[in-house]
Design a protein around this ligand. Sequence first.
Ligand code: ADP
Ligand code: MG
Length: 617
Amino acid sequence: MLIKFLSNTTISRIAAGEVIERPASVIKELVENSIDAGSDNIDITIENAGKNLIIIADNGCGMSPQDLEIAVQRHTTSKLDESDLLNIHTFGFRGEALPSIGSISRMTITSKAAGSDKAYQIQVIGGEVQGSKPAVHNDGTTIEIRDLFFATPARLKFLRSDKTELAACVEVVKKIALSHPGVSFTLQHNGKNIFKVRKQDGARENQLKGRIVEILGEDFINNAALIDLNNSDLIVKGYTSIPTLNKATKDEQFLFINNRPVKDSLLYVSLRVAYQDYLARDRHPYSVIFLEISPHFVDVNVHPAKSEVRFHDPNMVRNFIIHAIKNALSENSQKVSSTIGATALGFFNSNNSNRTFNSLQQAAPSHNNYGNYKNFAENAYVSNFSFLKQNKEPIFQDNIFSNKIAPSTKIEEEIILSSNENINFRLGAAKAQFHSTYIISQTNDSIIIIDQHAAHERLGYEKIKENIKRNSLIKQRLLIPEIIELSTDHKAELLYIKSAELSEMGLTIEKFGEKSIIVSETPSLLGDINVKDLILDLADYISEIGEDIKLTELIEHVTETYACHYSVRAGRVLNTHEMNELLRQMEQTSFSGQCNHGRPTYIELKLKDIEKLFGRI
Ligand code: ADP
Ligand code: MG
């Protein structure tokens, strides 16, 4: 056996395999270097999604010719204090990016150090360094990468279509731009400007807000709750959409740890828990969250690309983030997304449905409103839960209306000119009920359409929550206990481990073999439900978080699952008193502006918008 030392080029190419996966990784490394160099303007130019050409030009501190020669060597950095490897405040510190990129492409760096009167250029071609020579350049650095992976053709084969690679490039720039509002960025692809944000001035908060508007759009900020919570170890700041502004994918969720964009399930899991009361499982909020934590409590050096992190106490961090999001949401619990009113107005404008849709798009150019639109238009009460699809109605035993109200009288589709006594309430005075489903009310400056079914569902949910909290859920013994087989042993085991807590919440279960459980009692509030679907949903939900789920989380999961399996009779005819009673209850119930799936329970049409529709103003 012959053992050899690997050449520097081979070592660099192996390292490049870890750091540089695709054109977007080059952009990430180089833009981070530009930011570390103190730039406030970064221009990125790419061709063929970065496969042929990437140019990053900055106005940072620049490099002297000596620096240039050292920077392209392996393990050279100006950023690390070797006495404290944990105390990292820059993006870079491993000294790997430039030599790695240089070993697999044709790289040219041109730079002028601030204060120097001459610029220099150095080239690295497939790992071969060509000495520096004088050049022309303003203060700052331009790095040009041609033919990425030409020296490692195997890697080239793994690249995806231009469309996919370009999307990854944009994503990287977007994330870095979000966390660096004091820097201007442009991105040009094949000669076209595809991304541009301008340096934001002012205090960090304002800068950030301005940048978020540039990237996620005005609608997001107008429909977002401000997150701001700190303790002695952690600070969480940012914005998260109120539940009625949501989308089908989770691609508008950004987490930054110490201002570094990270890929971590931490944010996703935290959002799922924080929103579980308010959003269907297939809908996702928009969120931009900045977590600040002492570098001593988090290790960013888990992965060469540094996009993953490791916390010393991940549970503590997660719980804190959940708490911060929930606080923010409850402070905005009576708000309903303003995009919904706009969407609704679009429907009224129905002479030309295409035009309507376009006008909606114009109203929200920078983020896709289609999710809401489509959701509202098509999915109005279609739930994901198989139980509801079977259309089995549970017995609605616990009437959410107070007893003082007489049984309803037949007033359907009759316009009632009721008094304006209630007009000063937030949801106004109920005027009429249409199609046994919608209530119309009037406030001083608007007309409100309330979806009675969704509103009932929400109030019912709060009722379940109250009952669980007060420990006053009454159990109902099943005539024949039901044996339910779970998809895995683990899920059966999890339910079994939690059986004492579940029993407190009205659900009596016992283990039955490896994969099954027996259910003998359910909460009577839920009526005649499909027990199997309820248990399967519950098991899925609990197993998503895992065995160490906290009791409060468990309670929330159970409440949420119950609520999904609990329905009220739609199409109940109401009299004016009942309608007003429902509106007053909604006003007193937090989060009554949306049903449990994040759909709105009411839509408000401002008079001034209605006047616009009629061309009055
Ligand atoms: P790291 O960023 O981990 O230090 P790199 O290989 O990315 O390692 O860069 C090596 C060094 O080159 C940096 O430490 C920095 O001193 C210098 N450098 C890289 N890019 C720039 C730039 N755009 N402007 C000024 N200096 C730079
Ligand atoms: Mg670097």
